[in-house]
Ligand binder design. Structure first.
Ligand SMILES: *[C@@H]1O[C@H](CO)[C@@H](O)[C@H](O)[C@H]1NC(C)=O
Ligand SMILES: *[C@@H]1O[C@H](CO)[C@@H](O)[C@H](O)[C@H]1NC(C)=O
Ligand SMILES: *[C@@H]1O[C@H](CO)[C@@H](O)[C@H](O)[C@H]1NC(C)=O
Ligand SMILES: *[C@@H]1O[C@H](CO)[C@@H](O)[C@H](O)[C@H]1NC(C)=O
Ligand SMILES: *[C@@H]1O[C@H](CO)[C@@H](O)[C@H](O)[C@H]1NC(C)=O
Length: 572
C-alpha cells in the first residue's frame, strides 16, 4: 500500500519537473500536424523540417493563439520571435516574422509586423498524396508567350495534356522576330492552387524535358503562377503569369510576370470518331492476366489503358478517324495517343476473335500528322483482351495425346535400355516422379461439352476451359482459363501447330506442338519451343476410343490417322 503511494508521488514529481522544464520557455505549443515534414524555401539551403514542436531554423513553439500566430523560442540565440503563418494550401505555407528578441506577449510581439514586411513562401517537398490536377482545361492548347521583349505568337507554342492530369507539357517555339525566344519543352507539375480575393495562384514544378539529365535544383524548379480563365462558348482562354524565381513575390496579375502566356484551347471535338459498336459493346476489357484494364469511355471515343486497380493510367487513346472496317470483325483507325507526357497519332487495329476475345495492335511509333500514322504498318505485339462475361466454347484439335519426352516417356525408355543391356531381367520400377507443370498426357475436348483441355501426369492434372479459338494460316490460337480457382484472372493463350511425321514403321503420326503464353497471344512464340510452357504431343486416339485399342490403331494404321487429321480439319 505504502509502495503504491510512493510510486504515485514519484510520478507526480517527475511530471512537475517536466512541466518546469517546459515552462522555462513558456509552456510550449504545437504546430499543426499536417505541417510535419520537409519544406523548401527559396534562399535557404537544404530543407526546413517541421515537427509537432520545432521548426528548423526558427525554434520551438512556445505560444500560439491557435490560429496563425506563433511565438517561437530560438534556443541557440536565446530569443523569441513571432511568426504569422498562413496555410494557403496543404503544400504551401506563407509567413512573416519579427526579429528575434526579448520575450513579450504574443499579441504585442506580432503587432510589430508591418504590412510591407517580407512575405516568405515554403513549398512542400515530395508531397503525398501526389499533386492535384492542373487547373487548365481542356488541353490541348496553343499559346503565345512573352518574356518581356514582345509576344512570341508565330509559330504558336503548344500545351498538351499528360495521362497524369497534374502534369502539362509546354512546347515552346522560337519566334524569329522576337529576340530571346527559343524552342524548348517543359513539363509543369501542378502542386497547389489557391485563391486570394479574385486572384488565383498556382505553385508548380518546372522540369526540363530535353535536358532531363542536367541537374535542376529546387530553386530552378519551383515556380509560382497567377492565372485567370475565360470561358466563352466553346472557347477557353487562360492568361498566366509566371514568377522569375522560386517565390510568389510581386506576382499579382495574370498579365504581368517574368514570363506571361496566353493559352487557347484547340477545339478538336469535330475530328473525333467513335470506336465501333462491336468493340464498345463491353466497356471494360482485360488483359489475359487481368493486370491491365482497357476502358472505353467518354462517348465511346476514348480508350483508357490502366493498371487493373485503376490507380495509374498508362495510356489514353482518342479515336481520330476510322480508315477501314470489315464486317464486325476488324477495324483499322487512327487515334491520338497520350502516354505520360508524350503524345501523337498512332495506328490502331482491333480484331474480334471467336468467343468474346478482342485483339488490339498499336502502331510502333507516334506521328504528329494523323495521316502518317497508318502509312507505315509496323506494329507492336498483339494485346489479347477478354471480358468478364465469357462462356466456354468448343476446343479445337479434339483427342487424346501423349506428351513426347515426358517424365513417364523417359522412364519407359530407361527401363527398355536396362532390359536390353542386362540379361532381360526387369529392374524394379522407380517410384512415380512428380514435377509441377510436367505432364504425361493431354485430353482436348474429351469432356461432355468438349470445352476443356486437361493435362495429366501420374499424380496431378490441370484443366483449362477454352474461351475462344481461331487460326491464322498454320498457326492455331486458343484463349483458355484454368477451370478451377482463379479462373478468368489467370487466362492464357495456347499457340499450336500440327504436322504429320513418318515413324520407323512407315506409318504417319500426327504431332501437335503447343505453347502456353500467359499475357497475350504473342505471335513471336514458336509453338512447342518457346512460351511459358511448351509441349510436343502425339495423338493417341480420339476422345471416344478406349485407350488400349487406340494406342494400337494409331501406331499400325497410318491411313486412319490421316483420316482423323482430315476430319479435324473439316470440323474447323
Ligand atoms: C522535433 O525536432 C527537434 C529538433 O529537430 C527534436 O529535438 C525533437 O525531438 C523533435 N520532436 C519530436 C516530437 O519529434
Ligand atoms: C456507346 O456504345 C454503347 C454500346 O454500343 C451504346 O449503347 C452507347 O449508346 C454508346 N454511347 C454513345 C454516346 O455513342
Ligand atoms: C512419309 O512416307 C510417305 C510414304 O511412305 C512418303 O510419301 C512421304 O514423303 C513421307 N514424308 C516424310 C515427311 O518423310
Ligand atoms: C518440341 O520439338 C521441337 C522440334 O521438333 C524441339 O525443338 C522442342 O525443344 C521440343 N519441345 C519440347 C518441350 O520438348
Ligand atoms: C495411349 O494412352 C493409353 C492410355 O491413356 C496408354 O496406356 C498408352 O500407353 C498410350 N500410348 C502410348 C504410345 O503412350
Amino acid at each position: 500500500m505504502f509502495e503504491v503511494k510512493m510510486g504515485a508521488v514519484i510520478a507526480r514529481v517527475c511530471l512537475l519537473l517536466m512541466l518546469a522544464v517546459y515552462s522555462s520557455y513558456g509552456g510550449g505549443c504545437n504546430f499543426p500536424e499536417g505541417w510535419t515534414g520537409g519544406w523548401f524555401q527559396s534562399g535557404i539551403p537544404g530543407l526546413i523540417y517541421i515537427n509537432s514542436t520545432h521548426m528548423q531554423g526558427k525554434g520551438e513553439c512556445a505560444e500560439t493563439d491557435s490560429n496563425d500566430k506563433f511565438l517561437v523560442y530560438d534556443r541557440n540565440e536565446d530569443c523569441y520571435r513571432c511568426l504569422v503563418i498562413h496555410e494557403k494550401h496543404k503544400y504551401v505555407l506563407q509567413y512573416k516574422e519579427t526579429y528575434c528578441g526579448q520575450r513579450d506577449s504574443l499579441s504585442t510581439m506580432c503587432e510589430s509586423i508591418t504590412g510591407d514586411a517580407a512575405l516568405y513562401s515554403m513549398f512542400r517537398k515530395e508531397p503525398r498524396p501526389l499533386p492535384q490536377p492542373c487547373p487548365f482545361h481542356p488541353a490541348p492548347f496553343t499559346f503565345t508567350y512573352s518574356r518581356g521583349s514582345g509576344d512570341c505568337a508565330n509559330p504558336p507554342s503548344r500545351a498538351e495534356s499528360c495521362t497524369d492530369d497534374s502534369r502539362l507539357l509546354l512546347r515552346y517555339m522560337a519566334c524569329p522576330d522576337v529576340p530571346g525566344t527559343e524552342s524548348n519543352v517543359e513539363e509543369l507539375i501542378c502542386l497547389a492552387t489557391w485563391k486570394e480575393g479574385s486572384t488565383r495562384y498556382l505553385v508548380g514544378l518546372i522540369q526540363q524535358v530535353q535536358r532531363r539529365n542536367s541537374i535542376s535544383t529546387d530553386e530552378d524548379m519551383y515556380r509560382c503562377f497567377v492565372y485567370k480563365g475565360q470561358h466563352a462558348d466553346k472557347q477557353v482562354t487562360y492568361n498566366i503569369a509566371q514568377s522569375g524565381d522560386a517565390t510568389c513575390n510581386g506576382l499579382t496579375s495574370p498579365v504581368d510576370g517574368s514570363r506571361t502566356m496566353k493559352l487557347t484551347n484547340i477545339d478538336d471535338e469535330h475530328n473525333r470518331c467513335h470506336f465501333p459498336r462491336w468493340v464498345v459493346e463491353h466497356h471494360k476489357w482485360f488483359s489475359l492476366d487481368h493486370e491491365h484494364q482497357y476502358h472505353f469511355t467518354t462517348k465511346n471515343a476514348t480508350l483508357k489503358i490502366m493498371k487493373q486497380d485503376g490507380s495509374y493510367e498508362e495510356k489514353r487513346l482518342v479515336c481520330h478517324s476510322i480508315l477501314e472496317q470489315k464486317e464486325k470483325k476488324l477495324v483499322k483507325l487512327v487515334a491520338h495517343l497520350t502516354q505520360g507526357c508524350e503524345s501523337g497519332h498512332v495506328c490502331v487495329v482491333l480484331a474480334r476473335r471467336e468467343g468474346a476475345v478482342l485483339e488490339l495492335r498499336l502502331g510502333s511509333s507516334l506521328h504528329d500528322a494523323p495521316h502518317h500514322a497508318c502509312s507505315h504498318d509496323s506494329f507492336a505485339k498483339h494485346v489479347t483482351l477478354i471480358t468478364t462475361s465469357l462462356y466456354p466454347v468448343r476446343c479445337p484439335m479434339l483427342g487424346r495425346y501423349n506428351v513426347i519426352d515426358s517424365l513417364a516417356d523417359r522412364r519407359r525408355r530407361r527401363q527398355q535400355l536396362t532390359i536390353d543391356e542386362t540379361t532381360g531381367e526387369e529392374i524394379a520400377e522407380n517410384p512415380v516422379e512428380c514435377v509441377m507443370g510436367q505432364y504425361d498426357s493431354a485430353s482436348i475436348g474429351c469432356g461432355a461439352s468438349q470445352d476443356t483441355i486437361e493435362f495429366q501426369s501420374a499424380c496431378t492434372s490441370t484443366v483449362y476451359s477454352c474461351l475462344g479459338g481461331w487460326r491464322e494460316g498454320q498457326l492455331g490460337l486458343v484463349v483458355a482459363a484454368p477451370a478451377r480457382g482463379g479462373g478468368l484472372t489467370h487466362a492464357l493463350c495456347f499457340l499450336y501447330t500440327t504436322y504429320l511425321r513418318n515413324v520407323s514403321s512407315g506409318s504417319a503420326v500426327q504431332y501437335l506442338s503447343v505453347s502456353a503464353v500467359s499475357r497475350s497471344c504473342d505471335r513471336a512464340v514458336t509453338p512447342g519451343v518457346a512460351g511459358d510452357k511448351a509441349y510436343n504431343l502425339t495423338i493417341n486416339g480420339t476422345c471416344e476410343q478406349s485407350s488400349k485399342y487406340n494406342s494400337l490403331s494409331v501406331r499400325l494404321v497410318p491411313g486412319w490417322v490421316l483420316l482423323l487429321a482430315a476430319l479435324l480439319a473439316a470440323r474447323r
